[in-house]
Structures are given as structure tokens and as C-alpha cells.
Design a protein around this ligand. Sequence first.
Ligand SMILES: Cc1cc2nc3c(=O)[nH]c(=O)nc-3n(C[C@H](O)[C@H](O)[C@H](O)COP(=O)(O)OP(=O)(O)OC[C@H]3O[C@@H](n4cnc5c(N)ncnc54)[C@H](O)[C@@H]3O)c2cc1C
Length: 401
Amino acid sequence: MTDVESFRAELVKFLEHELPTQLGELPPPTGDYWGGRKPELPHPMSRRYCELMAARGLTAPTWPKEYGGGGLGKEQAKIFLAELRRLGLPLPLVGFGLSMIGPTLLQFGTEAQKREHLPKIVRGEIRWAQGYSEPNAGSDLASLAASARIAGDELVINGQKIWTSYADKADWMFGIFRTDAGGKKQEGITFLLLDMAQAGVEVRPIKLISGASPFCETFFTDARAHTKDIIFGIGKGWTVAKALLGHERTMIGDVFGAGAGARNTVTAGNPLAELAREYLGVRDGRIADPVLRDRVAQISMDERCFALTTQRSADSLKAGHKPGPESSIFKIYGTELNQRRHELMLSLRGPACLGWEGQGFEERELVQTRDWLRSRGNSIEGGTSEVQLNIIAKHVLGLPD
Ligand SMILES: Cc1cc2nc3c(=O)[nH]c(=O)nc-3n(C[C@H](O)[C@H](O)[C@H](O)COP(=O)(O)OP(=O)(O)OC[C@H]3O[C@@H](n4cnc5c(N)ncnc54)[C@H](O)[C@@H]3O)c2cc1C
């Protein structure tokens, strides 16, 4: 048996026999588990499922074993995802720990910082929020004003962040703060980690057009962080912040570009085509409406091409390549693809998507209306489309300012 075959055999034994024995009932493929000190459970077994997977490093399959990861190579990681999909199992854990601060700590953290924070991310013990944007610093992020003053081995933090996704559910924040107000604005920025469970941190949820409140205003009044949680040194935060944005943009492009119903495991079949058949009917074995059939085919092809491209990029990341300005291409394409997909789903469902609440509509139709409204934010979060185009023009194509 080759190494790859014995890896698969061992994995299948765990997934097909050990997991069901330990859990009784396995969680379904839908519903993300974000972990944290006050976890929300999409399924009663989600937490235990995460713990069992984490014990084998399978919540962060490609991270090094010494920090709790699985230490898998790219072939093995692909096998792991393929087996999850085959068995209809969800990813055990999602969140900004795994997708943003974890990879950034692997790149910039000291040995002590990695050993302190990465295993807690892998085990889903700490949920993270991102403290970047401020009321006067979004696209022009380096203009941020929230300050961190060094006092002994602590930093005293004052000011405000905004649009902090899931700040009301998060335990720790990674963020950028001004430690020096003189000189070039990028040079006075420090990247640090702080525990949000303290009196000096207040979060206020902001309600969105979709009716949900996924993000918050975050206020700091003499909040405290430890100097040991400064990443890459005082005044060097801009370099770390930009690298993290590379991970964030790749992740956003990946998540939103992956296809309807594919946010967690990659569901088999073509959900768009199934939806079209259901709402438009079938004629001669094909989706009845030729114009919408054409749009379903186009988006399905675009999704497939994009999935292959992001897979190629993920493989090169595993081989040690760091995400560069090309992550802006994934971000812009993936989010616009998601917006096109939601527009198409509205067209397929027609008047069934006019509902907001109450009777006369199925629950999934009401969810679709709100998801479509939520998708409008995709071209803003993680850096707007205009800003991505500027980055592509300047740093990928080398065009003049
Ligand atoms: C769903 C969602 C989740 C988010 N989550 C987080 C989070 O967790 N943490 C966090 O810190 N932030 C978060 N954000 C904030 C997000 O990063 C900012 O909204 C984004 O960077 C844009 O900043 P702004 O809103 O201040 O808009 P502005 O920067 O004021 O931009 C306004 C408009 O001007 C355009 N513009 C600005 N500068 C230029 C330029 N140089 N060239 C061309 N056009 C330009 C923009 O494209 C935009 O259309 C989130 C946002 C959304 C929508």
C-alpha cells in the first residue's frame, strides 16, 4: 500500500467507524460551527465533532503538528476534503482564527505567540474578530486613529472600530492601533491581539438591510492588551495588516465564489440547476426557460473555472507561496460571482422572492431574499471592488498611478 493509500484507509476508518461510534449522530453538511467560549451549535453534536477532529489536527489539516495542526501535505489535504464530501460531513470548524489570524501568526508570530494562540484556534476554544475599520478609516485604512499607549508590559487602548464582524460573539480581537501619531501614517501602526472580555471593551451590534446584525461598533475605553501580544514589533503593524488582508481576500473570494450550498462541504450536484428545474419546470429533459437555462449554464461554468483556479492557488500556498496582490483578483471575482448567483436565484424563483416575513412564502424563500440583500456587502467587505481594481492595476499589471 502506498503512503497515500494508507493515509486514506486510516482516515476512512476514523470517519466511518470511530466518529459515529463516539458521536452517535453526525452533524449534517449545512450549518457552520465557529467555536469560542460561548459557542452557537448548528447541531447538538457540532462541538464534540469539532473536538474529535481537532484531536487529530483535522480542523487545521495543513498547519504544523507542533501547533495542533494535522501536518498534512497538499495531496493528503485534498483526500481529507474529498472524504468529508463523500460522507456528507461538514467542515469541523470555521472562523477568522483559522482563515485569518492563524496563517498570519504562522508567518509573523514568535514561537511563544504561536504556541500560545494556535492550539486554541485549532481546538475552537477562542473565536476571533477583526478590528481594522474605523469611522474615518476604511479604504484608507492607514488613517486609523484608535490608539494604543504603552504602559509597562501593557498597552492602554482608546478609540473606536466599526463594522467589526461578529464582535458580539468573539472572544479575542486581532487589530491595528496607532502607537505613534507623528511621521508617516503607516509607520505608527501596531498589530496586536487582545482579550475582548474586559470592562474597557464595549460592542454595539449594527442592524443590516437583510435584517440581521452580523457586525458591530466596538468602543475602547482604557482597554488593556499585553505587550507580549504585539505581533512583529511596535510600529511594524502595517506589514502584518497587509499580509492578513491577503489571507482575508483569498478566503472571501473562496467562500463566496464556491457555489450555492457549497459554503461548508462542497455539496454534490448543481444546486442552481436543481432550483431552476423546480421553479421553471423541465421540457425535453432540459430547464424549460432557454434564457435562464443559459444563465445557469454560464454561472455553473464560471463557478467550476473559479474553483479550479482557487484550488491551484491553495496548492501553491501549501507549497509555501504567500498570498500577494493576486488575492485581489480572487476577492473581486469571487464576490461578484456570488452577487450574480444571488441575482439569478431571484430570477429563478420570481415572485416567490418578494417575501420578507409572514405567510405565503416558504422559509427558504424568505432566507433567499435576505441572503440576496446580504450579498450586496460582498463587494465592500475585505476592501471594496474599486480598491481591489486599484491594487490589480498597480501591483499586478504594473500600471502607473
Ligand atoms: C459585510 C461586511 C463585513 C465587514 N467586516 C469587517 C470586520 O470584521 N472588521 C473590519 O475591520 N472591517 C469590516 N468591514 C469594513 C470594510 O472593510 C470596509 O467597509 C471597507 O474597507 C470600505 O471602507 P468604508 O466602508 O469606510 O468605505 P470608504 O472607504 O469610505 O469608501 C466609500 C466608497 O469610495 C470608494 N473609494 C474609496 N477610496 C477609493 C479609491 N482610492 N479609489 C476608488 N474608489 C475609492 C469605495 O470603493 C467606496 O465605494 C466589513 C464590511 C462589510 C460590508
